[in-house]
Design a protein around this ligand. Structure first.
Ligand code: SF4
Length: 296
């Protein structure tokens, strides 16, 4: 069975950077090292970071003077940073520079007099953080809601970095019929669009497709939806333990992609498990396994 691993599988640049910053804060920080919420949406990587000494809290009231607080790659509203500083915490900002760019663009649109619309999930921490940078932004996540908007003279648009490109295109087409002066920044991160494109291509070329990442990770879930739409034998897994041998009956190839918050070591465990399945007398009786990385 041939195992093909997408070039873009695993940590994106922004997440890699945030994890390195967090590990650095644990090693060099004076007080406790804390992160507000999960640093990344991957349960097993969170467990690893906890074992190194990182603490994760949901309630800012748990803060103590002298704590080092890491702002995760999703970013936060400026009011949160102000609150942390008032509480006497040392703030280490691991906001992804691409997310910071969206925050800055939203502020710029507002300063130029555009009401701001954020295309994205209103419950996602990145969107909540962007929204906190401007006054009363609209946040919209569906074409239905966009259709209900009244005609407007001006509107400025930014979007969640992990937004689906097709949704973005459709949304702008709807808005262009409603707004006289529309200013749009496509702030979808290229790491996301490249990963989505590679997933579609790879899923269409293999017999079985595995999408690896947290079940609570929105970018991994989107990859799974894309894979499933072109290959019905697509599976979303968090770890090697969820793999079922029956998935590979008669399969000659398996593709692997992984969300932006999936560490490399989890991908390696899955490759190893697939090699065991393939070489341990697979159903085709070939017992041969070749792993190809980064070539579609
Ligand atoms: S997906 Fe893009 S915007 Fe999000 S953390 Fe990674 S590099 Fe940054």
């Amino acid at each position: 069975m041939e195992i093909k691993v997408a070039k873009s599988a695993g940590f994106c640049w922004g997440v890699k950077r945030a994890v390195n910053i967090a590990v650095d804060a644990v090693e060099k920080g004076k007080g406790r090292a804390l992160c507000l919420g999960e640093l990344i949406h991957n349960r097993r990587e969170i467990e690893r970071l906890k074992s190194l000494g990182m603490n994760f809290i949901e309630d800012m009231e748990e803060l103590q003077r002298g704590d080092t607080v890491v702002i995760r790659s999703h970013g936060v509203a400026p009011q949160v940073v102000d609150f942390l500083k008032r509480k006497g915490a040392e703030v280490v900002d691991a906001t992804c520079p691409f997310v910071k760019d969206v925050q800055e663009k939203a502020v710029k649109l507002q300063e130029e007099g555009y009401p701001v619309l954020i295309l994205g999930n209103p419950k996602h921490p990145e969107v909540i953080g962007i929204a906190g940078h401007v006054k009363s932004p609209m946040i919209i996540n569906s074409i239905d809601e966009l259709e209900k908007l009244p005609k407007m003279a001006k509107l400025g648009v930014v979007c969640q970095t992990t937004l689906n490109l097709n949704f973005f295109r459709e949304a702008i087409a709807v808005l262009s019929l409603k707004v006289k002066e529309l200013k749009v920044y496509n702030t979808i991160c290229s790491a996301t669009s490249i990963r989505q494109k590679e997933t579609k291509e790879l899923a269409g070329k293999v017999d079985v497709m595995l999408v690896v990442g947290g079940k609570n990770s929105s970018n991994t879930t989107k990859l799974y939806q894309i894979a499933k739409s072109v290959n019905p034998k697509s599976f979303h897994i968090e770890s090697k333990d969820e793999i079922e041998e029956s998935w590979f009956e008669g399969a000659e190839s398996v593709g692997i992609t992984a969300g932006a918050s999936t560490p490399q070591w989890v991908i390696e465990e899955i490759i190893q498990r697939l090699q065991e399945i393939s070489q341990g007398g697979d159903k085709s009786g070939r017992g041969v396994c070749e792993t190809v990385r980064g070539e579609l």
